[in-house]
Design a protein around this ligand. Structure first.
Ligand code: G4P
Length: 541
């Protein structure tokens, strides 16, 4: 029985840079409680984190590391630490983007995943694929994001590794390639066999929460010396299972992984720091470097000279004293320098980025340059919106950051009518963050909010109350679905809007939206008006 063939890399697809710093920009997708926080913390610690994020539960010593940044947060009155976390390993900088923990599919999550080049999927060994993992996976699939799987908590009783592998393959319709294999689980756990490096990682006798065990090299699963490292039962099981697994599942194939068709599977325990080093090694060796990004005029290559990037997230200030917000830009090409002027094509204006927040910097305040794959936080007063391009090359307009047609439409009712101004401001802010969409009907004065999931409504109500002190209620609206409408014929569009004034609203950019009671009604109007385009997504280009 040999190990896995390592001769699989196709450097061109991995897009490794020459002459500029290398990055891995990724997200972790998982169901709540699978261990995302614990794994994040271990990755940060292991990789010599440049800073620790506020959201990650800081324990003991780690607490100190985040304090400097917290001060900056307080001075600026912003809260950004949890959004991007950065660590370094062997000359590669890793940018880990936090995916919001909403239960519903949210636009926010989708957009965050547009800014990554790959993802790590964390699965609880006792629970397998859960609903949220699956939803986030589907979002990744929409964009063929390559995924490395980490089966967590093997230190506890879990399900049989084969069962888990098959479940990933079946439920996600994804090929699975075993990269490591556990020797027992829970009470019978004796370590993890690295099928690539032919090493056995064994736990230490005492449990410090860090990996302090040993890693023993072998010539392969057949190496007779393995019998001295694990119990006869453990060895028999490893031989049988891992041998079978290597034959039963496909070998790792870089192209299939990069296309999002195959996931390499690692077993480990975030809590005991087992398999974390292998995961970082996998991200370093297998995951793609910053990839070319789609734009209206073809892809933009990271090696292109002109600096360009897109805004994938806007975070409004959590501190009611200040109304600053931070726009998060993924840098796609060029070498960004502090203070440089970039064109914002959606407004036709240029903005000077004087005080970017550079997450990868040892000392954020002194950092003054960034490279493709990096995330730059740009404090602003609402000029920058999700989907905006910022560029030195005026021809570039990034695509792929759509607004989604809402699936739930509600009328907003103010309990105290004197708070109209605050309500407008709050809805505007939250629309900007992608928490909701706001529509202004042609007839009537009530705003309509549109969301893609029920949870977003709850978030909205609670934020209105807590952050804006606005007591509002949502009422059912007569509409169930909405579509942006456009036409090559101005006259046709005008006529359509004229005859359906009670079902037409404008979004916050002033674009017309048609609201329908149900899909039947929508189809009816689509068929009746072939010159009108009804679209479920809208891009800001
Ligand atoms: P999440 O961010 O995905 O929601 O999960 P989180 O890391 O918070 O982990 C959820 C629970 O699972 C935590 O226990 C955590 O300690 C535990 N956990 C994470 N990784 C492992 C692992 O590899 N092995 C084992 N045995 N447990 C793991 P908790 O009791 O809910 O929280 P805490 O008091 O430990 O913080």
């Amino acid at each position: 029985m040999g190990g896995v063939n390592l001769d699989f890399r196709t450097p061109d697809m991995l897009n490794r840079p020459t002459g500029r710093p290398d990055r891995r920009t990724f997200a972790i997708i998982s169901h709540p409680d699978a261990g995302k926080t614990t794994l994040t913390e271990k990755l940060l610690l292991f990789g010599g984190a440049i800073h620790l994020a506020g959201e990650v539960k800081a324990r003991g010593q780690n607490r100190r590391a985040k304090s400097d940044w917290m001060k900056i947060e307080q001075q600026r009155g912003i809260s950004v630490t949890s959004s991007v976390m950065t660590f370094e390993h062997q000359g590669v900088t890793f940018n880990l983007l936090d995916t919001p923990g909403h239960e519903d599919f949210s636009e926010d999550t989708y957009r965050t995943l547009t800014a990554v080049d790959s993802a790590v999927m964390v699965i609880d060994a006792a629970r397998g694929i859960e609903t949220q993992t699956r939803k986030l996976f589907e979002v990744c699939r929409l964009r063929n994001v390559p995924i490395i799987t980490f089966v967590n908590k093997v230190d506890r009783e879990g399900r049989e590794p084969f069962e888990l592998m098959d479940e990933i393959a079946d439920k996600l319709a994804l090929d699975v390639a075993p990269m490591s294999w556990p020797v027992g689980m829970g009470g019978t756990f004796e370590g993890i066999f690295d099928l690539i490096g032919n090493k056995l990682h064994r736990p230490a006798a005492t449990d410090s929460g860090h990996f302090e065990g040993d890693s023993l090299p072998f010539s392969g699963l057949d190496d007779p010396k393995l019998g001295e490292a694990v119990s006869p039962e453990g060895l028999a099981k490893l031989h049988e299972e891992a041998g079978l697994a290597l034959g039963a599942y496909p070998q790792f194939d870089s192209d299939a992984y990069l296309n999002g068709d195959l996931t390499p599977v690692y077993f480990g325990s975030a809590l005991k720091e087992f398999g974390v080093a292998e995961l970082i090694a996998a991200l370093t060796a297998l995951a793609p470097s910053p990839l070319p990004q789609p734009s209206a005029t073809g892809t933009v290559d990271p090696d292109d000279k002109a600096v360009s990037g897109f805004i994938f997230k806007v975070q409004a200030n959590m501190n009611p004293q200040h109304r600053d917000r931070v726009a998060f830009m993924r840098l796609c090409s060029g070498r960004f320098r502090r203070g440089m002027k970039l064109l914002q094509p959606s407004t036709g204006k240029s903005i000077a980025v004087h005080s970017p927040i550079l997450f990868f910097a040892q000392n954020r305040e002194l950092a003054d340059e960034a490279f493709p794959g990096d995330i730059i936080g740009i404090p602003n007063h609402g000029t920058l919106r999700v989907g905006d391009t910022l560029t030195e090359d005026e021809a570039i307009r990034f695509t792929g950051l759509p607004n989604f047609a809402p699936e739930i439409l509600r009328r907003v009712m103010l309990v105290d009518p004197t708070k109209t101004k605050q309500l407008r401001k709050a809805l505007d802010d939250m629309a900007e963050e992608g928490v909701t969409q706001v529509f202004h009907p042609q007839i009537g004065s009530q705003w309509i909010v549109g969301v893609v999931g029920q949870l977003q409504l709850e978030v909205l109500i609670s934020r209105l109350e807590v952050e804006y002190k606005v007591d509002a209620r949502f009422e059912a609206s007569p509409w169930d679905t909405a579509r942006w409408i456009a036409s090559d014929s101005e006259a046709d569009l005008k006529a359509f809007i004229g005859t359906h004034r009670n079902a037409v609203a404008t979004d916050r950019d002033g674009a017309p939206v048609f609201m329908a009671k149900d899909m039947w009604e929508l189809n009816f109007h689509e068929n009746r008006n072939p010159t009108i385009r009804f679209t479920a997504t809208k891009e800001r280009v």
